[in-house]
Design a protein around this ligand. Structure first.
Ligand code: FAD
Length: 303
């Protein structure tokens, strides 16, 4: 039996969806990327554990995808299994100010739902189009807040399929990174939020969202900020003073609204994006002496 037949045998849940040769451009905000050998939308912890054991046994590469909002997938695609979390892995449970949320849950929905319940702490994620899992891995943040700040603990799955609960300290949240990417998959987290007035929280959430759509591109396909901000500076400012706004390679363009966003304006390929990334890094370094480091995760590339 080959690995693909063996895989079909372990997928038994009616809600779990399995698709071979799935274009990853359909699952990333960039709208870029070749096919995954297989994409599975997993709906239960048991099935995810079976996949973890499958991965350990067959040594087939696995990548977990949230909303693909911080991801550049290669034009060749991904030779392996892409997993998205749905069903019981994307659930929300609120008990007083303690929120238990599955890694597949979308951030904008979390922000809206918490504002309706008068819970403060995640107003800033309305404009971040990812999932809780992606926000935990990346320690997503905006306007001085970071997702890790509201986390009490994180549940992860190990390669054996066993679950492990990590404290906020163990997750080691830092600027746009955490220690969580060493596990097979993030299952979810417990957040501790603060009680507040529904009106005040909603207003804060809407103000931050408005600020975001006024200062960042929201129409064209992109993957959020392409580069991390260097200590004490902003990558967008450095790209701007280097005269790169509007610069285009193939179908990829540096946003004229915010220099740290690369847009897919005309069927850009991952190759176009990476050429543009290299061009920006070279020219920003020449102009300012600063080396920009990318924030966007890559999938399906050789290195
Ligand atoms: C328009 C736009 C605006 C944005 N604004 C912001 C912003 O203000 N601040 C900010 O920080 N980011 C921003 N981003 C980037 C992005 O939304 C965040 O990084 C978000 O947290 C990514 O979540 P995701 O679920 O889409 O992760 P993905 O892009 O799907 O994945 C990111 C990484 O996390 C891993 N991953 C995802 N889920 C899991 C899981 N359950 N278990 C293990 N690994 C997992 C993936 O393998 C990958 O390595 C923006 C993006 C866009 C397109």
């Amino acid at each position: 039996m080959d690995w693909q037949d063996a895989l079909r045998e372990i997928i038994t849940q009616p809600n779990t969806r399995l698709r071979f040769g799935e274009p990853l451009s359909k699952h990333t905000h960039f709208g870029i990327g070749g096919e995954a050998t297989v994409l599975i939308e997993v709906s239960t912890i048991e099935e995810l554990a079976a996949l973890a054991r499958f991965h350990s046994k067959w040594k087939i590469p696995v990548a977990i995808i949230g909303r693909g909002a911080n991801m550049l997938v290669s034009d060749k695609g991904f030779s392996g299994i892409c997993i998205k979390l749905i069903g019981e892995l994307a659930k929300l449970d609120v008990d007083d100010n303690v929120v238990t949320v599955g890694a597949g849950y979308p951030l904008p929905a979390l922000s809206k739902e918490m504002s309706r319940k008068g819970l403060s702490g995640v107003e800033f994620v309305l404009g971040i189009p990812g999932t809780v899992g992606g926000a935990l891995i990346m320690n997503a943040g905006a306007w001085g807040s970071s997702f890790g700040d509201v986390v009490t603990d994180v549940t992860v799955m190990q390669n054996t399929g066993e679950l492990l609960k990590l404290t906020q300290d163990e997750a080691n949240f830092e600027y746009r990174r955490s220690r969580l990417d060493t596990y097979f998959c993030i299952i979810g987290a417990t957040l501790t939020l603060k009680h507040g007035e529904v009106g005040t929280i909603t207003q804060k959430m809407n103000t931050l969202f408005k600020q975001k759509i006024e200062t960042q591109p929201f129409v064209e396909e992109n993957a959020g900020c392409m580069f991390k901000n260097p200590q004490g500076d902003s990558a967008g400012r450095l790209i701007d003073i280097s005269g790169l706004k509007g610069y285009r390679i193939g179908g990829a363009e540096v946003s004229t609204i915010h220099g740290n966003f690369i847009l897919n304006i005309n069927n850009a390929t991952a190759t176009d994006v990476l050429k543009l990334v290299a061009y920006i890094q070279k020219h920003v370094h020449k102009k300012t002496g600063i080396s920009l480091e990318t924030e966007v995760k890559r999938l399906g590339f050789d290195t």
